[in-house]
Design a protein around this ligand. Structure first.
Ligand SMILES: Cc1ncc(COP(=O)(O)O)c(C=O)c1O
Length: 339
């Protein structure tokens, strides 16, 4: 603990003091339990292990300049977990239970919240999985919900430094009408081949295209994509991507700041028309993209030629981050003080 280098934290796991657990049995959720163990005892026939009945969330707590701890839009994560649970036929966790578990996990691990000004935050990982035994392919009758926390730095190494991304045409993350809209483990397993190919090539992430036509941008690994053209923020509409809470917030902020927004299909060729491009998400925050490489079409799209993020990206980044860290009043009602 004493050795944590807050300014150079990776996006990785560091042990904290406590995690929260809750179990669904006999048709109802039990009381929250506090644990100091990093391990769980799981039935060997749990549906979460065999059939991917698992969903998770990711949100952050930020230490403000005023010494207050802020959570960003936790209710949106609670609702999305309900949506994901329904998508793969798991028992849904009530929003109030989610709130209680997240707040307790943050308060019990308060000493792990990175100090203000370090650029880091406390990542909160709620997860829900089928823990009841089944051998046939069907939903479990028992579920386990866990919340653990860990201090993190930005997901893409550069932070606000522009990164390169690789268009992946060989593998799909999710099919239309599949589970891409849910935050379920299977989508991430499906993304690993592309993700590793991108990393091995020196790219920060793979960019997935729509699985059916391979014509439109879907998303950037674990983040939504956006492009900027004529003071307009453009982000893909697709039935196989995760509805990013960060993206939704940026759209709201952009509109207030006089930047137009469009959520619509984004053809790959349109990459040539953007003056800026980026990825956004809880982990990615806003990561500007320097270059997008499409090896199969022998194309390279370049942004940030001077090595710096573009002006619109910077404006949006500053707005988002200053609300999250309590550096300016939260005119949107996005943050909740945890005490
Ligand atoms: C596949 C995927 N897309 C987008 C996002 C960004 O979503 P959010 O802004 O809600 O974190 C995430 C991260 O949660 C993700 O895993």
């Amino acid at each position: 603990m004493e050795n944590i280098d807050w300014k150079n934290l990776p996006f990785g796991y560091i042990r904290t003091d406590y995690n929260i657990r809750c179990f669904y049995r006999d048709g109802q959720w039990g009381d929250l339990e506090v644990s100091t163990s990093e391990y769980i005892d799981v039935h060997i026939a749990a549906t979460g292990l065999h059939y991917g009945q698992e969903a998770f969330e990711g949100l952050k707590a930020y230490m403000g300049r005023d010494g207050k701890i802020r959570l960003f839009r936790w209710e949106e994560n609670a609702r999305r977990l309900l949506f994901s649970a329904d998508g793969i036929k798991m028992a849904g966790l009530p929003v109030e239970k989610f709130r209680e578990a997240v707040f307790r996990a943050v308060m019990l691990n308060k000493r792990f919240i990175p100090p203000h000004g370090s650029g880091a935050s406390l990542y909160i990982r709620p997860l829900l999985f089928g823990s009841g035994a089944e051998v046939g392919v069907k939903p479990a009758r028992e579920y386990t919900f866990i919340v653990f926390v860990t201090p993190v730095g930005p997901y893409f190494k550069g932070g606000i430094k522009p990164v390169d991304m690789l268009i992946c045409r060989e593998f799909d993350r999710a099919a239309p009408k599949g589970t891409g809209i849910f935050k379920v483990g299977g989508n991430y397993a499906a993304s690993l081949r592309a993700g590793m190919a991108a990393k091995d090539g020196g790219y920060a992430s793979a960019i997935f295209l729509d699985a059916k036509e391979k014509k439109y941008i879907d998303e950037c690994g674990p983040a939504n994509f956006f492009g900027i053209k004529d003071n307009t923020y453009i982000t893909p509409k697709s039935e196989s991507i995760l509805a990013s809470i960060t993206n939704k917030s940026i759209i709201e902020a952009a509109e207030k700041m006089g930047i137009k927004t469009e959520r619509r299909q984004v053809p790959v060729e349109e990459l040539a028309e953007f003056s800026e491009a980026g990825a956004c998400g809880t982990a990615a925050v806003i990561s500007p993209i320097a270059r997008i490489v499409d090896p199969e079409k022998n194309k390279v799209y370049e942004y940030c030629r001077d090595g710096n993020p573009g002006p619109v990206t910077m404006k949006l980044y500053n707005k988002l981050v200053s609300v999250q860290y309590g550096e300016e009043p939260d005119e949107f009602g996005w943050t909740t003080i945890v005490e």
